[in-house]
Design a protein around this ligand. Structure first.
Ligand SMILES: Cc1cc2nc3c(=O)[nH]c(=O)nc-3n(C[C@H](O)[C@H](O)[C@H](O)COP(=O)(O)OP(=O)(O)OC[C@H]3O[C@@H](n4cnc5c(N)ncnc54)[C@H](O)[C@@H]3O)c2cc1C
Length: 93
């Protein structure tokens, strides 16, 4: 939560927060998947049904890693900002 506030402050101050925001979205999505998966596993068969909210969270929070740019897109944005995007090999003359 502190990180989100820090990024918002930087953004308001006029900084370019693309790299940090992409990192945050990537981490947030992965964490949400991990947490909801563990919760569903904990609930067992009951967690798989529509009778409990766990299955709803499992599906809904999955969107974090897809919507507004999938995790893979976040990774390429981060790589670009860090100037470590893999390049095709140079042609040998
Ligand atoms: C419930 C919901 C609400 C939405 N609301 C909105 C909205 O309000 N406004 C809006 O504009 N859009 C909205 N979207 C669209 C959403 O932003 C897109 O679904 C999202 O950007 C992913 O694009 P896509 O579905 O075309 O998947 P694709 O681009 O086809 O991606 C499919 C998969 O391919 C892989 N992939 C994609 N690109 C790359 C890449 N460059 N490198 C490596 N792998 C890659 C990833 O694994 C990705 O998960 C919504 C989607 C959903 C499901």
């Amino acid at each position: 939560m502190k990180l989100y506030v820090m990024i918002s402050d930087l953004y308001v101050a006029g900084e370019n927060v693309t790299k940090l925001a992409s990192m945050c979205k990537l981490k947030g999505g992965r964490l949400a998947r991990q947490v909801t998966d563990s919760c569903l596993q904990f609930w067992g068969g009951m967690g798989y049904t529509n009778e409990v909210l766990v299955s709803r969270f499992f599906r809904d929070l999955r969107l974090m890693s897809i919507g507004a740019g999938a995790d893979e897109v976040m990774l390429s944005v981060i790589c670009k900002m860090m100037d470590i995007l893999p390049m095709p090999p140079k042609k040998i003359k």
